[in-house]
Design a protein around this ligand. Sequence first.
Ligand code: MCN
Length: 782
Amino acid sequence: MATVFGTKVKRREDPRLITGKGTYSDDVALPGMLYAMILRSPYAHANIRSIDVERARNASGVVAVYTGKDILGKVGAIPTAWLPPNSDIKTTVHPALAHDVVRYVGDGVALVVAESRYAARDALDLIKVEYEPLGVVVDQRAAMQEGAPLVHEDAPNNIAFHWKAGDAPDVLFEEAEVVVRHEFRQQRLIPNPMETRATTASYNAGTGELTLHLTSQNPHIHRFLLSLILGIPEHKLRIVSVDVGGGFGAKIACYPDEALVGFAAMELGRPVKWMEDRREHFLATTHGRDMILDVELAGKRDGTMTAIRVKNIANMGAYLSTAGPGVPTILFGLIVPGAYQFTHAEVDVYGVFTNTTPTDAYRGAGRPEATYVLERMVDLFANELGKDPVEVRRQNLIRADQFPYTTPLGLEYDSGQYHLALERALEMLSYQELRQQQEQWRKEGRLIGIGCTTYVEICGLGPSQVAGAVGFQGGLWESSTVRVHPTGKITAFTGASPHGQGEETTFAQIVSDRLGVPVEDIEIVHGDTARIAMGWGTYGSRTTPVGGNALAVATDRVIEKASKIAAHMLEASEEDVAFSDGKFSIKGSTARSVTFQEVTLQAYLAWNLPKGVEPGLEGHAFYDPVNFVYPFGTHLCVVEIDPDTGEVSLLRYIAVDDCGRVINPLIAEGQVHGGIVQGIGQALYEGAVYDEEGQLLTGTFMDYAMPKARFFPEMETAFTETPAPQNPLGVKGIGETGTIASTPTVVNAVIDALKPFHVRDLNMPLTPERVWRAMNEGRDEA
Ligand code: MCN
């Protein structure tokens, strides 16, 4: 049988999802279900003087109204689960409903539960809250100044934590032949999955079991944290998150809303549903990025880069979200040296409280920001030397013969062929010819720019010991069970929890490839804590490198046991039996064989099992990787700027990525496409804007520009395959590479196009107005 690993199997989940047969949160309808709505603060910072809920409580259809005081002692505080070590982190209390102070617009103040969604919504207007407005701080640098309003009394200067890594002393910069310095701003982004967040809770008073259908990227983490918040034993709490309409990092966090809905269902003894509307989503779901980055890069006149130093002031919002502190520290900091042979690197991070929505992971989480500043700096460095930016990259990239490679920040990159990916991409673009052509276009007045990024990503999170060492309050292994039924059909369970990435297909390919069982005979089960013992979820492009390998190991354990049974059936010793193409046969002879199905049947009938072998056929694995994985690649693009309007058009986009062995090129390519679009969304269109009162001015799709399909050319993608040497499948992640690489690629191209105007840098998003001003007002935002 031909292997299915590496083939373009169409996503098996799609027919179900695109014909309305999926079960998204809003499809969950339970008898007697009530509807919840949350009253959210219109002030960014205020004392709550009083809350009058009487009229709301008496309104028609309203079943219950709870304030922060009503739930005190019943619903615990919302915890932070990533506490970077040696950072003096201030984990201030985050109540599920504010009862004394509101700290951002969108902070929950009261919960209404009613017979219908409309009755609940109407009742929100009947709640009277008397606020006493307090001073507001939105910008993280302003928040650190003496005298700035304090978001939390117990966090002086609003500093939530201070974390440092590496060492690049002053002398390196003082004595360097060339030093480039620049301050960058990573604007705040608002993740927008198609499905907003939702929870439907039902409580069985007879068994004491609470079930939450919840839009989660990590149901077991949710179970763990919600059991603490609600004081319900973990074995009595079930989280179901099977069909989730995208997450992009925003459904990792444990939010107050979910806890409140669970609490209401227990209190009222009836199922309760809460479904966030889009406006609420803009305010109440975690945001991403928002960093101010001061960067210094030292090097030599010949183009060698030697040291990089970054100071990151990260806006954490009003509370430290579940994984929030890990983003600007570990996920950002450790990858700062990127794919280059720096001898020194230093990262200094301040996490700062402000009166804004909390920030947490957004696709790439930390790595896009690090790659952005690094890749912009490489261009600035090349510019300073008058060298071709591609040449500088070629000169400094880590060579294939240097792996495993230890970076100045202590990571050990497992493998890589960075130059191969670079040369392949340059070839696809015909880079040299295009550069010559660009000169001609410039003479004709056309503003065409070429941008390049050579990146490496840290993903596949990760070895549990490392997770512990960097302050993640959990393990980062993954579990899998492969259950073979008597007829040879298979149900495989994974603790990862895909929500759009396609593992129902690729994971079936992994099992099929090893067992020779057709993909159609394999069901992948995920996202239900009642069916899967434990797992850590889907984020950080870990599902395939960690969950996929757990599945491979569990499958191999099935083969191991089946081989014993087959050998017994063939009256041979186990060593003499080989398994391939779904058949066990005597080595060197095809005449005597038994099929996998014959063996599985025997495993259950148990009429003729070898001595000491138990009936049944299942493989289990708890796979803890030995290292992260490090996908890499080169992205190139060509842009043209309209000299009259400043509008940027993408003419070509080329991505050469390496995620080790590719399981399914169709799905991997789809992930690259989606990632690129999201990254370019940041470069050209998206950006959250707050006014000085802490009001979110970009709170709807009318004000927050999302990228649209028509903005993009046909993307030209390719893969190089450098197998990961430290995991059985040889795979690395692909879910975030596009987002990580595309933002600097496009910005580098736009700045290149603006060369005649001597523009050094522009803040993102590169809107037509911003670009037009740079051309016409000679404004250099550097
Ligand atoms: N794959 C493959 N060969 C490889 C590596 C991966 O065929 N060598 C396949 C996988 O098996 C899987 C897909 O590519 O079908 C992505 O796998 P992986 O790289 O393991 O990433 P994860 O599944 O862990 O996804 C997480 C990543 C992240 S962090 C965000 S955020 C994100 C993303 O994926 N959010 C998404 N992609 C998304 N796609 C959709 N549709 N929706 C989201 O919310």
